[in-house]
Design a protein around this ligand. Structure first.
Ligand SMILES: [Zn+2]
Length: 378
């Protein structure tokens, strides 16, 4: 079964996963026009600014098999008010106290009465600063004032969360960053908190760094609309791709056997061609959807014999599949097997649990320790 349920009439337009490959130049405009008719906006990546800035030439893009067109459905997302059920604009819908333009109900509260806020005061150094967890009463986002109940909830908080006398010591140490105030007839602890996860506006204003907030108020959903039907934001049954990369295959196809042909086939299926990336214990990593994509790619865009491909028996675990595909493509194939620190951790964990490790796992684990990207503890 193909990934994309979108049949184009244009001859020479072939789906591999969510990518559309065009195998002849005269098919480009008809295929793009079909996509435009469906509702996609089409952007030419030959004109892309980043490409110009990076100095990549059009010829490099064509010969290198880059995506040359980017198609996107631009007008399918809506907010949906949970109070009046109207479709409303997505703009600002997820900001504190935003209201529905139809009925005036609140669409979202990042912090509501009862939200638990885990934070430390600004100016605390170190990777694991001490933290307080307090219950919020009200956040006046316009004034950047956050009102907290003055007592400390007796519950789990996680690493670094202070309890008991430590909380009072910590408050005393940072007494310039909060004040005790009266509001609605009760006493609260007021701190300064500017919401700005995407800017640095809060610096110099906020007196706390927020680590976590639980218990938001949701008065909306984000939905996608297609042909009169509503789909949730993440519904995998949404019938067409939201975006499509279009590749022009005649610049480079058919691909002939080479030491790296298997990488192009594997990448076309959206998979990584480095053996070290995968689990080393033989568990499956390549599934039916990947074999289907690779088969289409091999049939249409390589000089390999598709009947032989169909007869071949490939292993399905990551390292095995890569080795088998590489051997199928060329006797001189070069298979990447880079050290991966993740394999060291997996192997270490298994060994601790008393499991016997395969030699492959042990070798990968040893290699993983040479991974230049491994975390450093010093
Ligand atoms: Zn509403």
């Amino acid at each position: 079964m193909a990934d994309v349920n979108l049949q184009l009439k244009t001859l020479g337009a072939v789906w591999v996963g969510w990518d559309l490959y065009i195998d002849r130049s005269e098919a480009v405009e008809p295929a793009l026009n079909e996509l435009r008719a469906i509702g996609y906006t089409v952007e030419s990546l030959r004109e892309d600014e980043h490409r110009h800035e990076e100095g990549t030439t059009v010829e490099q893009m064509e010969k290198g098999g880059w995506s040359l067109w980017y198609c996107r459905l631009t007008d399918i997302r809506r907010g949906k008010c949970s109070t009046c059920q109207a479709y409303i604009s997505e703009q600002g819908i997820r900001s504190q106290g935003h209201t529905c333009e139809n009925c005036g109900a609140i669409t979202y509260l990042e912090i509501q009465d009862g939200s638990l806020v885990r934070f430390n005061f600004v100016g605390e150094e170190g990777y694991f600063p001490s933290e307080l967890q307090m219950k919020a009463y009200y956040w006046d986002a316009d004034q950047s004032d956050l009102y907290l109940y003055p007592d400390f909830p007796e519950q789990r908080g996680g690493w670094g969360v202070l309890h008991g006398d430590k909380t009072q010591e910590y408050l005393a140490k940072h007494q310039d960053k909060w004040e005790r105030v009266e509001r609605d007839g009760n006493t609260y602890l007021k701190v300064r908190y500017v919401k700005s996860s995407w800017t640095k506006d809060h610096e110099g204003v906020s007196t706390i760094d927020v680590r976590d907030i639980s218990n938001h108020y949701w008065g909306h959903k984000i939905v996608r609309l297609w042909e009169g039907k509503e789909y949730s934001e993440w519904d995998t049954k949404f019938p067409v791709p939201e975006s499509i990369s279009v590749l022009e295959a005649w610049h480079w196809a058919p691909l002939h056997p080479s030491p790296t042909l298997h990488e192009k086939i594997i990448h076309a299926a959206g998979m990584v061609s480095d053996q070290g990336y995968y689990y080393q214990d033989g568990r499956a990593a390549f599934y039916a959807v990947h074999w289907e994509r690779m088969r289409v790619f091999v049939e249409h865009f390589t000089a390999l014999d598709i009947n032989e491909w169909d007869r071949a028996r490939f292993r399905h675990d990551g390292p095995g599949a890569i080795a088998d595909i590489a051997r199928f493509c060329s006797p001189s194939a070069q298979v990447a097997n880079r050290p991966n620190f993740g394999n060291s951790i997996v192997a270490h964990g298994k060994a601790l649990e008393g499991n016997k490790l395969t030699d492959q796992e042990l070798n990968a684990a040893a290699d993983g320790l040479r991974d230049p990207h491994r975390p450093r503890f010093d």
